[in-house]
Design a protein around this ligand. Structure first.
Ligand SMILES: Nc1ncnc2c1ncn2[C@@H]1O[C@H](COP(=O)(O)OP(=O)(O)O)[C@@H](O)[C@H]1O
Ligand SMILES: [Mg+2]
Length: 240
């Protein structure tokens, strides 16, 4: 989709922790409707890259543009503007245990200064739950749901504001392979709605079979950017 402006653009991005370079000279653009897999060995810099996009941290050098916002120089007081445009999904779901599934999703609408009524929040949360196939589990608490269902709730929470970008850090890391595929199917649906989706993953089977764009980090450097349509490769694995 080269004719559509990127939703994320990293230009010469480096990030150090003290003297350690977690990311080094990264150039990367992500487009609407594109599902991209971010791979690389542990410590390669995947989580750091996602945190830069979400403005949890800022780069030591370079520029991070997200939906037209300069995340690299965004002040903490303006982070909410960015967060409304970025849905985030984690390996361990991070649902609030004392809230129902519906309340967890509605909570996603309270990010920033969105002013919507309780009734509208409920309606929109229910729509999001239906979109992830859990329209009938809104009253359940997280501990009453399977891991795969909890991750679906977390995805509903992330997309309820209809962000142009969804980022996920090892979202299938706690799930069995069959459930992992269900979650990846959901990410493909979300990308098909026009959202840019970036998923950091270690799951070799998913990377190999999904045939989506695969961006590989090794030691903080982007060593390979494989377009969609090819059999995915974990480029740093000697056997692949
Ligand atoms: N908060 C931190 N303080 C110091 N070093 C960190 C911190 N977070 C990450 N690192 C280092 O940065 C590198 C990249 O880490 P990370 O982005 O978590 O990689 P990945 O997600 O690919 O496993 C690693 O060497 C890691 O030890
Ligand atoms: Mg990580």
């Amino acid at each position: 989709m080269p004719d559509r402006p990127p939703i994320v653009e990293l230009i010469g991005v480096s990030r150090a922790y003290g003297s350690r370079h977690a990311l080094d000279g990264i150039d990367l653009a992500l487009h609407p409707g594109e599902l991209t897999l971010l791979v690389g060995p542990s410590g390669a810099g995947k989580t750091t890259l996602l945190k830069l996009i979400n403005r949890e941290i800022r780069p030591t050098a370079g520029e991070v543009w997200v939906a037209g916002i300069a995340a690299h120089r965004l002040k903490a007081s303006h982070v909410a503007e960015l967060r409304r445009r970025v849905g985030v999904v984690f390996q361990d779901y991070k649902l609030l245990p004392r809230l129902t599934a519906l309340e967890n999703v509605a909570f996603g609408l309270q990010v920033g200064d969105l002013r919507i009524s309780d009734a509208e929040a409920r309606d929109r949360a229910l729509d999001a739950l239906e979109a992830v196939g859990l329209g009938d589990r809104g009253r359940a608490f997280p501990h009453q749901l399977s891991g795969g269902q909890q991750q679906r709730i977390a995805i509903a929470r992330a997309v309820v504001v209809q962000p142009p970008l969804l980022i996920a850090d090892e979202p299938t890391g706690n799930l069995d392979q069959e459930t992992a595929w269900e979650i990846m199917d959901l990410f493909e649906d979300i990308a098909a709605w026009g959202t840019a989706v970036l998923v950091a993953t270690h799951n070799v089977e998913i990377v190999t079979r999904l045939k989506r764009r695969v961006v590989t980090l090794v030691d903080g450097r982007l060593v390979r950017d494989q377009p969609a349509g090819q059999t995915g490769r974990m480029a740093w694995l000697a056997s692949s």
